[in-house]
Design a binder for this molecule. Sequence first.
Ligand SMILES: Cc1cc2nc3c(=O)[nH]c(=O)nc-3n(C[C@H](O)[C@H](O)[C@H](O)COP(=O)(O)OP(=O)(O)OC[C@H]3O[C@@H](n4cnc5c(N)ncnc54)[C@H](O)[C@@H]3O)c2cc1C
Length: 382
Amino acid sequence: MKKNKSDITIVGGGPVGLFLGICLSKQGVDCTILEKRAEPVQDSRSLGIHPVSLELFEKTGLVNEFLEQGISIKKGLAHNGKEVLGSINFDQLEGPFNFILACPQFYTERILLNKFLELNPEGLITGANVTGLHQTNEQVSCRYQKKGKEYCIISKYIIGCDGKNSLVRKEADILYGGEQYTDTYIMGDFDDNTSFEDQAVVFLPKQGLIESFPLPDNMRRWVVKTDSYIDSPTTNILADFVKQRVGTDLKLLKNTMISSFGVQSFSAENYFKDRVILCGDAAHVVSPIGGQGMNLGWIGASILANALSKIKMNPEKETELLSEYQKQQKKIVKKASRRAEWNMRMGRKQIFPYFRKILVQLILKTPLKKIALKVFTMKGLY
Ligand SMILES: Cc1cc2nc3c(=O)[nH]c(=O)nc-3n(C[C@H](O)[C@H](O)[C@H](O)COP(=O)(O)OP(=O)(O)OC[C@H]3O[C@@H](n4cnc5c(N)ncnc54)[C@H](O)[C@@H]3O)c2cc1C
């Protein structure tokens, strides 16, 4: 027998759905996650975990697992391919988490999944592909398919944590608008043959940005700005760009991931409508340059879980509390999106690279550095 009732059903057991499930379970709110994948994610994609998220993980009793799996990045270098233009020491940040943690997404999801199951052993249904919703004033039913069979679960709320192409959002007829940028990138994870150790490096040669981040297991992530989208990315294509722009040779190194991506900035018009609520990429997508999207989803999940636990005690305040969630999160996303856009602009091909060099040196060698420190570590968003 599959569970057919739950106060809250979360569609999507990605990083945001799992964290939301943890926050709700911790506050004694009954919830069930429906996840269409039958197997855990194998992807190393999202990497950067910012201090704000580590603080949230500390409150939920998760932070030690993350610190054990990830690498603490305490310093970032700006480089133009020939020389270091300046650096930022993240250990100047206040608080216990004065670094950015680099943790591949498969570790992140494994930690979140284990914690959720510890708190709510019956709360996850995997291999469950949600196909439709039906709302009345009081409740919402959610249809899903598992191993060719149809099931239905009835709840007070459905929360769409089902990513940027959210079916929940489409079923609730919530508009999703924004911009597809022309910026494109290729990225890959390689054995680390540099001497950068646990430092992140942002190279700003005139042909366009290259970012390089340390990963666990002596690996390094390389992200390279390209002139157009590369349909069939290969390690050789990426290695040629890196060699040509900054001189590092990646050709014979072990590679564990290679992919191309384009960049969007999108937001749902409303983060809730009737019995449906949106969270994570289903509600908002920002450019991944700066590594903020998943962290923004966790901030939103934490705000939303608090609102839902208050609604449980004071149901008459439902609209007020959900409106507050929407207002607060939209403000945070707007700020983060502006920061991501600035990061992206700085990394574009430059006709006059000299001006960018002067600008970067100005930022990193004057009190403006404090602002840069905040921007790169997602501080001051709320
Ligand atoms: C190249 C790249 C690098 C990035 N790096 C970073 C980074 O370093 N730091 C950072 O903060 N962010 C980063 N991001 C952004 C980050 O990946 C997303 O913001 C994050 O994955 C959003 O999480 P989510 O849980 O909302 O959605 P998703 O990760 O998309 O998860 C959605 C889940 O819903 C499930 N699902 C979908 N439809 C259904 C359905 N019908 N029924 C049931 N389940 C369903 C999916 O299987 C999936 O598990 C990066 C993004 C890209 C593209």
